[in-house]
Design a binder for this molecule. Structure first.
Ligand code: UDX
Length: 452
């Protein structure tokens, strides 16, 4: 246990992050905001990927001391793993929460906020006598597709390339799929998440903001008849330190390299913390970047090319290009990279954190979604916000080079991704400014929590 435990309001909120890096970060960011509004924060956590209390001295950390079967820890199927984690953590979470309630003063625990993927914890919190809200660490559009998926499935909806009624601009092919998990498993998981939300949640908190997903948030409220709070972009408003659970230390040398590049000239390439590509795709990406003539900063995590434990060597013919026009790192300080004046484009896998960080810095994107919510986010970039281009339906070097040049071109019209990205950056700044929508949403959320 760590943290000071005091609160000016005399009330406490209990947070329970899902133990995957990109889920823990936004939960702790929200925790920082709630703490700043006068609530004490206890972070209940799994021992798997446990957060480091030393980085968050304002919170109290309590492990639920789960015991995970080996097949859950080592499952190659991410969705089966999430289902297994729910099953294994439900009872220890409920016991730890009940213990906190017993140990606190009367009504000290105001509510729990659990990650939206912790579907079993919503009911467990209720049984422990604590109202619970779910934090969606992905976008509102993604959650809306999850709410619609069981119904589309029951209706036998199978038109892959048509716009799905009510979910435009999404097509069926843009909805969630997960490599290595079969469709039935994904459907089972989504149904459990959405059923739990309908049955046991007191509300939903989403890391988004109105200018990008206002309509989606309104639809979620209608569909669930529950309050929904758009408290994002969390990474801009939260005082919490960044970088929990990152697999590697960032290579800060790339910032000095960026300092030496002309403004808006560099394409930043990163596929996040888990997505991998096969060897053929890696080689086409390398040739596409080389053929574009554009300087690039490429994050190549060890193991991010299937079948190779380390970083794959570049094709020999490209070594000169890479050394004179490119910079390759294993992990970057991404937020600082995206904010750097030399960066003019972002080739991204469209993980939600990357999308929010790119939008808030006004960087146009090349989208290469790999799995999960990334296909939804990619379609929003290209067809809702107009802030990016698809890297190519066919993964081919010449087409890639052309698309890269198109994204990075200096002269562009008002509907060009660069201009649209700049407009959304302005909207994000308005949202997080004094008295902006993010702060009002947080006020509403705290008031709602204290009234539960
Ligand atoms: C995963 C899923 O892939 C994604 O679909 C889902 O939306 C969230 O969970 P991840 O692959 O980690 O996410 O991508 P993303 O959500 O974009 O998060 C990556 C984070 O790592 C970002 O905050 C980014 O700033 C950071 N990062 C990435 C670095 O700090 N350095 C890097 O080199 C790459």
């Amino acid at each position: 246990m760590a943290g000071d435990g005091r609160s000016p309001t005399g009330r406490r909120v209990v947070m329970f992050p899902f133990p995957f890096g990109s889920h823990i970060t936004p939960m702790l960011q929200l925790a920082g905001l709630l703490r700043a509004r006068g609530l004490a924060v206890t972070v209940l956590h799994a021992d798997l990927n446990a957060p480091d209390p030393a980085r968050h001295p304002d919170f109290t950390f309590v492990s639920i001391r789960e015991s995970l079967p080996d097949e859950v820890v080592s499952s190659p199927d991410m969705v089966e793993q999430m289902i297994g984690l729910n099953a294994a953590c439900e009872a220890p979470f409920q016991a730890a929460l009940a213990e906190l309630v017993r140990g606190g003063g009367p009504r000290e625990v105001a509510c729990a906020v659990v990650d939206g993927q912790w579907y079993k914890m919503l009911g467990a919190a209720t049984r422990a006598g604590v109202p619970a809200l779910a934090l969606r660490t992905d976008g509102a559009a993604t959650f809306l597709t999850m709410l619609a998926t069981p119904r589309l499935h029951a209706d036998g909806y199978d038109r892959l390339d048509e716009l799905v009624p009510g979910l435009e601009p999404l097509r069926l092919r843009d909805l969630i799929r997960v490599d290595g998990s079969d469709e039935e498993t994904v459907l089972r998981f989504i149904t459990r998440v959405t059923d739990a939300m309908r049955e046991s949640s007191s509300g939903v908190v989403v890391n988004t903001f109105g200018a990008i997903e206002g309509a989606e948030l309104a639809k979620i409220k209608r569909e669930l008849s529950l309050p929904a709070f758009a408290v994002g972009p969390l990474h801009l408003v939260s005082p919490a330190p960044v970088g929990h659970g990152r697999p590697y230390a960032p290579d800060r040398g790339c910032l000095a390299w960026l300092d030496a590049q002309p403004p808006r000239s560099v394409l930043y390439v990163s596929l996040g913390s888990t997505a991998c590509v096969d060897r053929a795709a890696f080689v086409e990406m390398a040739w596409g970047l080389a053929g574009s003539g554009v300087p690039f900063l490429w994050v190549l995590r060890p193991g991010s090319v299937h079948g190779a434990d380390d970083v794959l060597p570049f094709p020999e013919e490209l070594l000169d290009t890479v050394s004179c026009r490119g910079k390759v790192v294993g992990w970057s300080p991404q937020r600082e990279v995206l904010a750097h004046p030399a960066v003019g484009g972002f080739w991204t896998h469209c993980g939600w954190n990357s999308i929010m960080e790119g939008i808030c810095e006004g960087v146009p994107m090349l989208v290469q979604p790999c799995f999960a919510d990334q296909t939804v986010n990619a379609r929003y970039v290209t067809h809702r916000w107009g802030t990016g281009l698809e890297i190519g339906k066919v993964f081919e070097r010449t087409a890639m080079a052309r698309t890269i040049r198109m994204l990075m071109a200096r002269e562009q019209g008002p509907q060009a991704p660069k201009e649209r990205a700049h407009l959304l950056k302005m909207e994000a700044s308005r949202c997080v400014g004094a008295g902006g929508a993010a702060s009002l949403a947080l006020d509403d959320l705290v008031e709602y929590m204290l009234g539960l």
